[in-house]
Write a new protein. Structure first.
Length: 235
């Protein structure tokens, strides 16, 4: 991710309106729970168990999950330079990276290498995670993966833009089976529309116990005198 580019991007557009909201979301992500051995934000939903997605090939899912776990390890170790060789398909002359913060799609290694590993990276810290992996074999040796991902980020600049932020996206990736294992040739972030994104961000701030709180309130007998016959609420 290249944040030295001064062009207006989607995250900058949201920075003013969502600054406090996403900061709170980043703080809330610290209250994580473990599912399948992973640290996940408290707002995590298991879409596979909930039946949001149909069943998929579990063996294939496990193989792609291993690649995503390694992707997560690389990002969280701040070792971005390992991504092109360990995660991406170097034999594909035209890999594609559809980044939510860029107007144009990155195609080919000359642009992708420069973007992933710029000489003076403006990224101070970046934490990445994923969940809800679903896979589909397109043809033997070629796989489409759908998953949710979230990030927490600190850009090395003064002022509001340098304030730590968090965000989330849906992602589509294509992986090809090679002699070195599954390698990525397409990474496409699929963000929600602006109004849907804000609504979903607000929903993620609701703590897990709120549903129980609501049910408890619904069971209580209200003792508001205005609601009683002859009370002040009657007209």
């Amino acid at each position: 991710m290249n944040y030295n580019d001064t062009s207006l991007d989607r995250r900058d557009l949201f920075a003013g309106a969502l600054g406090g909201l996403l900061m709170a979301q980043a703080m809330g992500a610290q209250a994580a729970e473990k599912k399948e051995g992973k640290e996940l934000p408290f707002y995590y939903r298991d879409k596979n168990k909930e039946g949001v997605y149909p069943p998929c090939d579990e063996k294939l899912r496990g193989e792609i999950d291993a690649v995503l776990r390694r992707t997560e390890e690389i990002w969280n170790a701040q070792e971005w330079w390992k991504l092109p060789d360990e995660i991406w398909d170097r034999d594909d002359p035209n890999p594609m990276y559809v980044a939510e913060e860029l107007y144009d799609v990155l195609i080919g290694w000359p642009t992708l290498d420069k973007y992933i590993f710029p000489p003076k990276k403006g990224l101070e810290a970046f934490r990445w995670g994923y969940a809800n992996l679903w896979v589909k074999e397109l043809v033997p040796g070629l796989c489409l993966a759908l998953y949710d991902h979230w990030f927490e980020i600190k850009i090395r600049v003064p002022g509001p833009v340098g304030t730590p932020r968090a965000g989330f996206d849906r992602v589509l990736s294509i992986y090809r089976k090679t002699d070195k294992g599954w390698r990525q040739s397409l990474y496409a972030q699929c963000p929600l529309g602006p109004d849907t994104y804000i609504r979903r961000a607000l929903e993620k701030l609701v703590r897990p116990d709120f549903r129980d709180f609501v049910e408890d309130i619904k069971q209580r007998q209200l003792d508001d005198p205005r609601l009683k016959p002859g009370g002040a609420g009657e007209r």
